[in-house]
Structure formats: structure tokens, C-alpha cells
Design a protein around this ligand. Structure first.
Ligand code: KMH
Ligand code: ZN
Length: 308
């Protein structure tokens, strides 16, 4: 067992779940801010942020909303700010990157390759959608891939470099580790690279212990000691898998972006609940959780921008 501290990331709202699935999914900037602050108080060192249209809950890349959220979180706590550049399935790169220059995050997701990222089966479970956009949005993921070409990744990294933002590479399958090694070899990204293994997406690797082990071992072979890793898992196997990640010495992401439930049949009422659960489990397993400043050191982040 490793004695290294564990970085807990709270993925607050994402762009997969729809408002009809849970009344607790944060939608407005105020709700997203409150959720990030409460998650930090519960033990999260990093907040991974997306924004939604405050009236409808539809995912948006609106830079003004993201700036509002980031400033609001920063004014109230010191959590490391990570924003999405994955956006939502169907967004253009321009939409996905729009918020980065003005939000001044410390971390931003950088999706490490193209993958089918399908959540169309959600449509079968929703009998009475709250909003007209929800069913077409989820069904569209059956036919639209999540495109992240080599050129895209290079462009995203360049913009992050200009703004002193560290990429958090979202890795959905093993080949993406080699994509990152290629960029590292070309000097387009600095070591240590930060990998988020995202398992359980329909179209990517299923959330199994064998797959997580394989990803970690492959990263060790391909990247040597030039990486730090975390594990996120979508859906019902989330807690089993992220607990395994703690045992393997990795870091953990949980939150309503990845799983709306706290346990079988029990909706999480906030992001603080899954974070508190993982803090308890980590401590039981002999690993204490990193503070935001400890996470900054562990991830070699640029110093945090001052609070507004
Ligand atoms: N919303 C998904 C398409 C990220 O934040 O970069 C991808 C996603 C990953 O959420
Ligand atoms: Zn995300």
C-alpha cells in the first residue's frame, strides 16, 4: 500500500447526465459554485468544471458562464480549478476552447484521442423529459464520435501552454497513452504528465479492475516515471474501481459528472457526498487526502491566480 496522499477530484456536473435524471444535478452558476466549494470542504483538492445553460440545464461552452463560475469558486475556496475542454458531444473545438483564455484555470482536460462516447441508452429510461433538448441530445451520441485528432490535441496543448494551464489527459483506452508519449517525445508537453483514466464510457474501456491494471502497467512501460495518474469511472462500478485506484497508489475522481448515485438506488444529494465517501475509504486504507496546495505541488502546477 502506498503512503502517498491521494488527490480527490470532484467532477461537479459534466455534460452527460441530463436534468431529468436527478434533481441534484447542479445547473446554474450559483449551484455549481456552491457544489465545488462544498466538495472542497469535504476533501476535494480539485474541481473539474463544466457549465450549463441556467434556464435549461443544457451543456454550454459559454465563456462568460465559466468565468463567473471560476471567479465564484476562487472567491470562496482554494480548490484547484480544472475546466473542461471536452465540452459536450457535438460541440466544435472553438466552443470547447472558448472559456479557457478568460477563465484562467490551473488545469484543463485534454482528451487524448478520438473515441465513441455514447450515452444514448439514457433516452430509454426517461419517460417524461423536463426539457425538449434532452432526448435528442443523448440520442445524438449514437451517431457522433468524440473527435480528438492528433492535430486537435496539439492545438489544445498549445493554447494551454500559452495560458500556463496544465493538461489533464483524459484516457479512454490504452492507445491514447502512446499518443501522449508521442507528444512528450516531441517536447510539446512537459513531464510529469497527468493522466485521468476514464473507464466505463460506452465506446471506451469498460470499468474493470483488469482494465485499470492494464492501463497503469502500460503507462509505466510507455512513460516510465514521467506520469501521475488518477481514475474516474462512469456508472455503477465507479466506487469499486476508484477504491482499487487508491490501493494501486493512484488518485481519484468522483462526482455527479460520472455517477449520480451514492450507492445502489440512492441518488447523491451533492458532490460533497461522494467526495466524503472516498475520503473515508482512502483514510481507512491508510492514505490521507491531499489539500489543494499539496495537489498543486504533486501536479507541478503554476501558482494559483489570486482570488478575485
Ligand atoms: N463531456 C464529454 C464529452 C472532459 O471534460 O474533457 C467529455 C468530458 C471530458 O466530459
Ligand atoms: Zn468533464
Amino acid at each position: 500500500m502506498s503512503e502517498k496522499k491521494v488527490i480527490l477530484t470532484a467532477a461537479i456536473t459534466g455534460a452527460v447526465h441530463i436534468p431529468s435524471m436527478s434533481p441534484y444535478l447542479p445547473i446554474t452558476p450559483e449551484q455549481i459554485i456552491d457544489e465545488a466549494v462544498a466538495a472542497c470542504q469535504a476533501g476535494a483538492a480539485v474541481a473539474h468544471l463544466h457549465t450549463r445553460d441556467p434556464r435549461t440545464g443544457q451543456p454550454t461552452g459559454d465563456p462568460e458562464l465559466m468565468r463567473q463560475v471560476v471567479d465564484g469558486v476562487r472567491a470562496r475556496c482554494g480548490v484547484v480549478i480544472g475546466i473542461t475542454t471536452g465540452g459536450a458531444i457535438g460541440m466544435t473545438s472553438q466552443e470547447r476552447l472558448a472559456a479557457l483564455p478568460t477563465a484562467h484555470p490551473e488545469l484543463a482536460s485534454c482528451n487524448a484521442g478520438s473515441v465513441n462516447f455514447c450515452f444514448a441508452p439514457i433516452a430509454d429510461k426517461i419517460k417524461q423529459p423536463k426539457f425538449d433538448w434532452e432526448i435528442p441530445f443523448v440520442k445524438n451520441t449514437y451517431q457522433v464520435p468524440f473527435a480528438n485528432t492528433f492535430q486537435d490535441i496539439e492545438d489544445y496543448m498549445a493554447i494551454m501552454g500559452e495560458h500556463q494551464v496544465k493538461p489533464e489527459f483524459e484516457v479512454y483506452e490504452t492507445g491514447m497513452i502512446s499518443n501522449i508519449a508521442y507528444f512528450l517525445k516531441r517536447g510539446l508537453v512537459k513531464a510529469p504528465v497527468y493522466l485521468q483514466f476514464v473507464l466505463g464510457v460506452m465506446g471506451g474501456m469498460p470499468a474493470t479492475v483488469a482494465n485499470l491494471n492494464f492501463l497503469v502497467e502500460t503507462a509505466q512501460k510507455v512513460l516510465g516515471d514521467q506520469f501521475i495518474w488518477s481514475c474516474a469511472a462512469a456508472g455503477k462500478d465507479q466506487f469499486d474501481l476508484v477504491t482499487t485506484a487508491i490501493c494501486l497508489g493512484g488518485n481519484v475522481r468522483v462526482g455527479l459528472e460520472d455517477n449520480l448515485y451514492l450507492s445502489k438506488g440512492v441518488l447523491a444529494k451533492s458532490n460533497a457526498e461522494p467526495i466524503a465517501k472516498m475520503k473515508r475509504i482512502a483514510e481507512e486504507l491508510g492514505r490521507s487526502v491531499a489539500t489543494p496546495d499539496e495537489a498543486r505541488q504533486m501536479l507541478s502546477l503554476s501558482p494559483a491566480a489570486p482570488a478575485v
